[in-house]
Ligand binder design. Structure first.
Ligand code: DQA
Length: 145
């Protein structure tokens, strides 16, 4: 049976491609999904990419992943820097977790330098643009093989 991975996206990432393209590029979340499906297929992974602007919804999806997903790729967006609740939810998930940021958060404002999620993530990919998602799926594919 093929394994499923969740690719979770936090607030404002529904505007990817339109929002601050100088920072985040011109690709949309649909483009990211297509790229991740294609890499996932190489590893026989079923990829489910979802986005919410609401912290509680992201937490509910992480709980759902406990039964439904073998691994998680997460770009928590601004919740990265604020959410102990998302960290706690990820700590209740047993599989590998890869944290992705499109921009290099360490080159940006000081308040973006700390990530709560990094305390749980097995790997962190920052500053590779949307390509970071494909890299994350490839890495998960290797880990779950
Ligand atoms: C982001 C970086 C965060 O600081 C920011 O709040 C985002 C996107 C990134 O992918 O570079 O919304 O997670």
């Amino acid at each position: 049976m093929s394994k499923t991975i969740y690719i979770l996206n936090g607030p404002n990432l529904n505007l990817l491609g339109k929002r601050q393209p100088d920072l985040y590029g011109h690709s949309t979340l649909a483009d990211v999904e297509a790229a991740c499906q294609s890499v996932g297929a190489e590893f026989g992974l079923n990829v489910k990419l979802i986005q919410s602007n609401h912290e509680g919804q992201l937490i509910d999806w992480i709980h759902e992943a406990r039964n439904q997903a073998a691994g998680i790729v997460i770009n928590p967006a601004a919740f990265t820097h604020t959410s102990v609740a998302i960290l706690d939810a990820l700590n209740a998930f047993d599989g590998p977790v890869i944290e992705v940021h499109i921009s290099n958060i360490h080159k940006r404002e000081a308040f973006r330098h700390h990530s709560y999620v990094s305390a749980r993530a097995d790997a962190v990919i920052v500053g590779c643009g949307v390509h970071g998602y494909s890299l994350a799926v490839r890495h998960l594919g290797g880990l779950l093989d």
